[in-house]
Design a protein around this ligand. Structure first.
Ligand code: 6PG
Length: 261
């Protein structure tokens, strides 16, 4: 059972700083232990400020970027220069400003004929980068950053979609969910996400407080985000006070007390 931690900070600026510092801590621990740091970046808007902080002094000097390997937890099936591209957002806020070898940034090939072809090619790209077989168990990434959608999706694993049932492939294509942008996606699957050493959810804002509570007390795995449970890994929910709403830890404690009298 993974360890679940919840950390609540005052506001979205403190959330970005806490997220950037958590990335630095995970990077330095991984580089010390294994000589490299492997991370899956999240898309969406929440992580943008954290990525910007990582690309600026003093934080930018606190990671040996030559040891960093970056993949994407999900991507929209759009050109990389499309404003909806998760790669485009990461490049604008972080990747264009840090001395990471370009060969260590694994970009989803969204110029392929279909999202399905792009997902299959991405599996092969990630596997070959680490001399692995895409039919084998997925890589144990040091850190996976995830967001949370209002419908309980994470990465591009949307409620009710067949991508939730994928138990072998590391990445799969997904039809659009109900939330914008309504484009085909390529998403990491539960096998890859649940192989992570550390998963950090970054969630901010009042409008997320109900879904955060619903996911954190979801025993029936109704929400995709509730199925993130890395074997032997840890999960940290980094929330700002607005997203924490009714005080998640208290709610969860009381929920589990009821469930396990
Ligand atoms: C995406 C993201 C998605 C995102 C959530 C939260 O490609 O859209 O991967 O899972 O993290 O929808 O998005 P916000 O951070 O914009 O609220």
């Amino acid at each position: 059972m993974p360890k679940l931690n919840i950390r609540v900070v005052k506001n979205s600026s403190d959330l970005a700083a806490a997220a950037a510092d958590a990335v630095i801590d995970a990077a330095n621990a991984a580089i010390q232990a294994r000589g490299r740091f492997t991370i899956a970046l999240s898309g969406g808007s929440t992580p943008e400020k954290a990525y910007e902080l990582l690309a600026q002094p003093p934080r930018v000097a606190q990671i040996d970027w030559s040891r960093v390997h970056i993949i994407f937890g999900d991507e929209r099936f759009v050109p990389l220069d499309d404003p909806r591209s998760n790669y485009g957002m990461a490049a604008r806020t972080l990747l264009a400003h840090v001395p990471i070898p370009r060969s260590q940034i694994l970009v989803v090939p969204t110029d392929m004929a279909s999202a399905n072809a792009a997902a299959q090619a991405y599996c092969n790209l990630v596997a070959s980068h680490w001399a692995m077989n895409p039919a084998d168990f997925p890589p144990k990434l040091d850190l996976i950053l995830l967001g949370l959608g209002d419908d309980g999706h994470t990465a591009s694993l949307f409620p009710g979609k067949s991508s939730l049932d994928e138990h072998r492939a590391w990445f799969i294509h997904s039809a659009p969910g109900v939330l914008p942008p309504p484009v085909e996606r390529i998403t990491a699957t539960f096998p890859l996400l649940n192989a992570g050493r550390l998963v950090i959810f970054l969630v901010a804002g009042e409008k997320k407080k109900d879904i955060v509570h619903a996911v954190l007390t979801d025993q029936s795995h109704k929400y995709p985000a509730a199925r993130i449970s890395p074997d032997g890994g840890n999960v940290l929910w980094l929330l700002d006070a607005a997203a924490n709403g009714m005080g998640q830890q208290a709610a969860i404690n009381s929920f589990f007390r009821e469930a396990n009298p």
